[in-house]
Design a protein around this ligand. Structure first.
Ligand SMILES: Nc1ncnc2c1ncn2[C@@H]1O[C@H](COP(=O)(O)OP(=O)(O)OP(=O)(O)O)[C@@H](O)[C@H]1O
Ligand SMILES: [Mg+2]
Length: 310
C-alpha cells in the first residue's frame, strides 16, 4: 500500500451550488502534490473534506489506507492540517498552543514534551515559546500555525496557502521547513498561489477549476501537454491592413485576439509569421515571446492567471 491519501468520487454541495463535483485523486507516499486553482475552484473545500473538517456530500476518503468515515480517529491521527485561516489561540503562548493540539492527537507526558520541542525547533520558535502569540509578528504566527499541524508527526501534511500574506523571511522559512519535512519522508499536499513555490516543491500538480480536476501530472507533463510557446504581437496600420495581417498570419499558426493583443502559436517557426504580418503593410510595434511554463499551462486550462488572487 503506497497510497497515502486517496479520494474517490469526493464532492460537496452547498445548497444548489456544487462546490466540488466528484473528485478522484491519489497522493503517493512521500510525494509532494501541488493543488492549484483559481479563487473559488474548490481547493479549500477539497482539503477540508480530506481532513475530516467538512462532511462530504458524496464520495470516500482514505488516509494511509484507513477510511475516514469508518475510523475518523485512526485516520485523522495520520494527517496534519495547516489551514488557510490562522488556527492558533493568540491569548496563549506557543507552548500552550502546542500542548493543546498535541493532546488533541492523544500525545501525553514525555512524548508530548519531546514532540513540542521538535516542532518548535522545526519552525524556529524555541526562543519565543513562552511568549503570548498576540505579541508575535504575522510571519511567526504562521510558523506556529505550521507547528500545530505537525506536532503529532503526521504521515500526511496538508497545507492550504501557508505563505499567503507572510513577509519574505518567514515565507522562505516556511517553504524550507516544508521541503525538509518532505525530505524526511512526510507526504505533502500543498496549495499555493505562488507558481515558483509549486515548481520548486512539488513532484506532481493537480489543477482544479470549477470544482473538478482539469489536469493532473508532473510539471513537465502538464507543460508539454497544455502549454504552448507563442508570441504576443501589437500591430499598427489601417484597420484593413491589420485585419489582412491577422488573416495572413493564420496560414502559419494559430491566431487569437486576447485583450487587444494578437496571440500566435506558430506551426512552422516564427519567420513565416512575421513575413505574413508585414506583407499587408501593417507594422509590428511589439513582439514578445511566451515561454512554455506551468503558468501558461494553468492559463490554457483555466483561462485565468494564478496571481489573480485579489
Ligand atoms: N461554507 C460554505 N457555504 C457556502 N458556500 C461555500 C462554503 N465554503 C465554500 N463555498 C463555496 O464553494 C466554492 C469553493 O470554495 P473554496 O473555498 O473551496 O475555494 P478555493 O479554491 O479554496 O478558493 P481560494 O483560492 O479563494 O481559497 C466557492 O464557490 C465558495 O463560495
Ligand atoms: Mg481556499
Amino acid at each position: 500500500m503506497t497510497t497515502a491519501l486517496s479520494l474517490r468520487g469526493l464532492g460537496k454541495d452547498y445548497g444548489a451550488r456544487k462546490a466540488v463535483h466528484a473528485l478522484d485523486l491519489d497522493v503517493e507516499r512521500g510525494e509532494c502534490l501541488g493543488l492549484l486553482g483559481p479563487n473559488g475552484a474548490g481547493k479549500t473545500t477539497t482539503i477540508s473534506m480530506a481532513c475530516g473538517v467538512v462532511t462530504p456530500t458524496r464520495g470516500t476518503i482514505a488516509i494511509g489506507g484507513i477510511e475516514l468515515a469508518r475510523d475518523p480517529h485512526g485516520a485523522k491521527r495520520k494527517l496534519g492540517l495547516v489551514p488557510q485561516q490562522l488556527a492558533v489561540y493568540d491569548e496563549l503562548s506557543a507552548l500552550q498552543n502546542l500542548r493543546y493540539f498535541g493532546a488533541l492527537y492523544g500525545l501525553r507526558g514525555d512524548e508530548l514534551a519531546h514532540r513540542i520541542d521538535w516542532a518548535l525547533g522545526v519552525v524556529g520558535l524555541r526562543e519565543r515559546a513562552t511568549d503570548i502569540v498576540k505579541t508575535y509578528s504575522g510571519g511567526m504566527q504562521r510558523r506556529l500555525n505550521l507547528a500545530s499541524g505537525i506536532v503529532h508527526k503526521p504521515e500526511v501534511l496538508v497545507l492550504d496557502e501557508p505563505t499567503v500574506g507572510v513577509d519574505p523571511q518567514s515565507r522562505n522559512h516556511i517553504f524550507e521547513t516544508v521541503k525538509a519535512l518532505q525530505g524526511d519522508g512526510m507526504t505533502i499536499v500543498y496549495t499555493s498561489h505562488y507558481m515558483e513555490e509549486v515548481e520548486a516543491l512539488c513532484d506532481r500538480v493537480a489543477i482544479i477549476d470549477g470544482g473538478a480536476i482539469v489536469a493532473v501530472g508532473t510539471i513537465a507533463e502538464l507543460v508539454a501537454e497544455h502549454s504552448q510557446r507563442g508570441v504576443a504581437v501589437d500591430l499598427a496600420g489601417t484597420p484593413e491592413q491589420v485585419a489582412a495581417a491577422e488573416a495572413a498570419a493564420a496560414a502559419h499558426g494559430v491566431v487569437e485576439r486576447v485583450d487587444g493583443e494578437l496571440r500566435i502559436v506558430p506551426t512552422a517557426g516564427l519567420a513565416p509569421v512575421v513575413a505574413a504580418l508585414e506583407s499587408t503593410g501593417a507594422t509590428i510595434e511589439r513582439i514578445e515571446s511566451h515561454r512554455a511554463s506551468l503558468e501558461t499551462a494553468f492559463l490554457a486550462l483555466t483561462g485565468k492567471t494564478l496571481r489573480d488572487d485579489a
